[in-house]
Design a protein around this ligand. Structure first.
Ligand code: CAA
Length: 286
């Protein structure tokens, strides 16, 4: 089983940045790709900032920070990922965009055994595998936000993923990145979001119906159940557009009302209130 040394990350948003950081900290060479050079560079600046914070709190040394940074390059040209052993797609949670990317990735990545992974939270891996046309090497590799802190990676083989591909990504996430891994079936939401999203949507419905204020709902779960964050702070952290998109995908798959994004969530997304990344969601961040 060939070791993974060179990783391509597609998408320089919060998940792509976190994945780039943990790969670089593990000593891998990483190329971070986004649709424009500016976005890719902004992603790298975010990773540099996070590495500096990690050094300041003593989690890594100055040398480790410099070494991690030196291992990262950025590009807006997907063909620069041609030599990758593993590409992790962390682009917007949109099926069309992701299938188009997998079609392109299968063309540009030259090693036929290279793994094409998606960080999707809810889109069936089988659809991305069909777009790539070499389904044995396509797999779900789902990280959690903030990636440098959360120990879990979900691994989602589709019905066509080879055992070799599954074992390679398990070794990558478990041994190289030092994450805990769980394996989930290829169904929308996998394990964690199938449980988490209905809970977050229930909290949004409580705000909508006036059961309690956003602050009190969150205090209920932090002080009453010892959760590290309340559901509305967590929804803001994930991004309300992402929470809504995952809810849509779950609803589309199972047709259960508990997965349907409530009107308040849709209106907030339409109004640009996306949570922490836009500066305001259920709470303000500016
Ligand atoms: N990047 C890197 N490190 C970070 C960070 C970030 N964005 N945010 C916090 N940290 C680090 C801090 O530096 C600190 O490190 P040390 O212990 O080494 O000093 C540590 O994490 C704890 O941070 P804080 O003391 O500042 O804050 P906290 O104790 O309130 O913890 C938290 C912050 C880790 C985010 C915590 O609130 C938490 O675990 N929240 C729940 C997060 C969660 O549930 N994530 C999953 C979301 S679901 C998902 O991602 C999947 C999906 O598909 C939607």
């Amino acid at each position: 089983m060939t070791a993974i040394r060179y990783v391509g990350v597609v998408g320089a948003g919060q998940m792509g940045r976190g994945i780039t950081e943990v790969c670089a900290r593990a000593g891998l060479h990483v190329t971070l790709c986004d649709v424009t050079e500016d976005r890719a560079r902004a992603g790298l600046a975010g990773v540099a900032d996070s590495l500096l914070k990690a050094e300041k709190r003593g989690a890594i040394t100055a040398d480790e920070r410099a070494h991690a940074l030196a291992g990262i390059s950025v590009t807006d040209d997907l063909s620069r990922l041609s030599g990758a052993d593993l590409v992790i797609e962390a682009a917007v949670e949109d099926e069309r965009a992701k299938t188009a990317l997998f079609r392109q990735l299968a063309e540009v990545v030259t090693d036929p055994a290279a793994v094409l992974a998606s960080n999707t939270s809810s889109i069936p891996i089988a659809r991305l595998a069909a777009a790539a046309g070499r389904p044995d090497t396509v797999v779900g590799l789902h990280f959690f936000n903030p990636v440098p802190v959360m120990p879990l990676v979900e691994i989602i083989p589709s019905l066509h993923t080879s055992k070799t591909t599954e074992l390679r990504v398990r070794a990558f996430a478990g041994e190289i990145l030092g994450k805990k891994t769980i394996v989930a079936q290829d169904r929308a939401g996998f394990v964690v979001n199938s449980l988490l999203i209905p809970y977050l949507l229930a909290a949004v419905r409580m705000v909508g119906s006036g059961t309690a204020t956003a602050e009190d709902i969150d205090t209920g779960m932090t002080a009453g159940c010892a959760h590290p964050m309340g559901p509305l702070t967590l929804a803001d952290l994930i991004g309300l557009d992402t929470v809504a998109a995952i809810g849509e995908a779950l609803y589309e798959e199972f047709r259960e009302p508990l997965y349907a994004p409530p009107p308040l969530l849709r209106r907030m997304v339409e109004s640009g209130l996306l949570g922490r990344k836009s500066g305001e969601g259920f709470f303000r961040y500016r």
